[in-house]
Design a protein around this ligand. Structure first.
Ligand code: ZN
Ligand code: ZN
Length: 255
């Protein structure tokens, strides 16, 4: 009795699936240990991750620790009251700490692009108030030399995944990074602002094509620290006609 071609295809498919599982056992995106969970989060890392939930600053998404019953929506944190950011709103999935940093570093620097669906799901949830009226998803760009070295823009991967899930168009080259900025780690707010000032630009031709004028944009980045990068990108996007910019990051610094 012969095997039908359709059966051969199925058998090859099954063998390849088994092969992939053997070659690449699922590893936790946080600590790298082998885990049999499908979501790349081991029990220890899951227990350590701090997801941000309400109540939070209506603008920058800073989580308020002191929960008061009469704290309604639309409350701003002290920072945003003092000086409103250039962006209209920001939300992050996680508090930036050792646990979330491990995920972000593996995703950015260790070729763990397989973490994209997991992180995209977290971003989807963090930005749940924004998707319904958004027009465009735009990732914070890498400078091309860094892109060549790293081979992928982690925020671009997230933007593409979010676009697939929401049906909102994404565009990875309309916002460009003109010069390589130093790592912002260890720099204070004003140095960060200086470092990213003038670092970004718009590709005008593409902006026209994708209808940036009047658009509500979702900007994707990995971490919100002082907001210097998000603000610099927002200013450029708004100069080019964007009407509204919301920022969604995997994690944010909470001091
Ligand atoms: Zn782990
Ligand atoms: Zn705020």
């Amino acid at each position: 009795m012969g095997i039908l071609p359709s059966q051969i295809g199925r058998i090859i498919g099954d063998v390849m699936k088994i092969g992939l599982r053997t070659v690449l056992p699922p590893r936790c995106g946080g600590c790298g240990t082998i885990t049999d969970t499908v979501h790349a989060v081991c029990a220890d890392c899951w227990a350590g991750l701090r997801f941000i939930s309400k109540p939070l600053c209506a603008c920058c998404g800073y989580p308020f620790e002191l929960v008061s019953d009469d704290l309604g929506d639309g409350i701003l944190c002290g920072e945003c009251l003092r000086k409103h950011p250039a962006f209209d709103a920001a939300r992050a999935a996680l508090v930036y700490d050792d646990f979330s940093r491990n995920y972000i570093l593996r995703f950015k620097h260790a070729d763990r692009t397989d973490l994209t669906p997991l992180l995209a799901r977290w971003l989807l949830q963090a930005g749940r108030d924004f998707w319904s009226d958004a027009d465009l998803i735009i990732p914070v760009p890498l400078h091309r030399t860094r892109l060549l070295k790293r081979r992928y823009n982690q925020s671009g991967l997230l933007a593409a995944a979010l676009s697939r899930q929401t049906g909102i168009a994404w565009h990875g080259t309309v916002l460009r990074r003109l010069r390589k900025t130093r790592s912002l780690g260890g720099l204070g707010p004003s140095s960060r602002k200086r470092e990213v000032g003038g670092a970004f630009a718009i590709n005008e031709r593409q902006a026209g094509k994708i209808g940036l004028d009047g658009a509500r944009v979702i900007l994707i980045d990995d971490v919100l620290t002082t907001g210097a990068t998000a603000n610099a990108c927002t200013r450029i996007l708004k100069q080019a006609g964007a009407m509204h910019v919301s920022v969604i990051t995997v994690a944010r610094v909470v001091r």
